[in-house]
Design a protein around this ligand. Structure first.
Ligand code: SF4
Length: 312
């Protein structure tokens, strides 16, 4: 849950999640849709799907017991190198080296590694692994993460109070704040599309499920055209091809903007109220407007709903 976000944001989600599904068996027995709904707003929904899949593997194939080694954990859905090392160290006190951004920064400074990220990752990984002690590796893993989060901070590291002040090479060279060096980021492209706010005679809204694989996989959405890159906007024929039904469509004022990890998205919303016959011909699910918060709408789609309600 904490990927790309803060403890403050995650706190209420985490508590609600554990209240709903206090054990791995409870989570395994849950419907995926309920899990996605509880996750809605946190982004990176593949994690929610993987968490659910992982719970099923642990509950059904492993008798409800998690593997207690890095290699064993790596076999579970959604568990990559970082999570496997962090869980092996923190939960099972294994001498594993969990590399997050904090640990990367501390390691780069401690050894004055000036090569930029991400190319320097393998070197940093090896250097960090050398420091993992055989004694209390779980405490060590948390200590170095916390050192990075609270002492060896990105800006203004507190070198005077740092327990590694003496051996730290970046501090003695006076370059602590310049590390880790980073390769310049590529500018994010902008994709553009048209979303269709479609209302039936009873006031229900047309939604559909996205394909399981890919961005926002398995989540519900307001139908839209493809999201086009390279400065292109959907042409009239693109729009006609994706239009859910014929009707008196009108373009709503303004644009919905959302930023994903790799691109910005701009959606123009077209709205129509369909008659009974047209509504029947439509592919998708008609969902009551006042119950839209009960389905797993990702943040970008919640923005479309808000925009449509304001401008339709
Ligand atoms: Fe980070 Fe400064 Fe400690 Fe070095 S001495 S590890 S730069 S806080």
């Amino acid at each position: 849950m904490l990927q790309q976000t803060t403890v403050v944001t995650v706190g209420p989600y985490f508590r609600a999640f554990l209240e709903k599904w206090p054990t791995v068996a409870d989570l395994a027995a849950a419907e995926l849709d309920d899990v996605l709904t509880a996750w809605a707003g946190l982004g990176y929904y593949a994690r929610a799907r993987n968490l659910h899949k992982c719970a099923r593997v642990v509950a059904h194939d492993l008798g409800g017991t998690f593997p207690d080694t890095e290699d064993g954990l790596l076999t579970l859905p959604g568990i990559g190198a970082y999570t496997a090392a962090a869980v092996a160290a923190i939960a099972f006190d294994r001498p594993a080296s969990a590399m997050d951004g904090n640990v990367e920064r501390v390691t780069a400074r401690l050894h004055a590694v000036t090569d930029p990220l991400p190319a320097s990752k393998p070197v940093l990984r090896d250097l960090a692994a050398e420091l993992v002690p055989g004694n209390r590796p779980g405490d060590y893993a948390q200590a170095i993460m916390d050192l990075g989060a609270t002492v060896c901070t990105p800006r203004k590291p507190k070198c005077l109070t740092c327990p590694w002040s003496e051996p730290c090479r970046a501090r003695s060279l006076g370059i602590a704040e310049d590390l880790p060096a980073k390769s310049p980021k590529k500018a994010k492209p902008t994709r553009r599309g048209v979303a269709f706010w479609c209302v039936d005679p009873a006031g229900a809204i047309l939604v559909r499920r996205r394909p399981e694989r890919g961005l926002l996989g398995g989540m519900m959405e307001i139908p839209s055209t493809d999201w086009l890159e390279d400065g292109r906007t959907p042409s009239n024929s693109d729009i006609a091809r994706h239009l859910p039904a014929n009707g008196a469509w009108r373009i709503l004022d303004g644009t919905v903007r959302h930023t994903f990890t790799h691109f910005h998205l701009e959606l123009v919303v077209h709205a129509a109220r369909l008659d009974k016959l047209a509504a029947k011909s439509v592919e998708g699910i008609w969902h009551p407007l006042d119950k839209l918060d009960e389905i797993a709408l990702p943040t970008v789609m919640a923005k479309v709903v808000k925009h449509a309600l304001r401008h339709a």
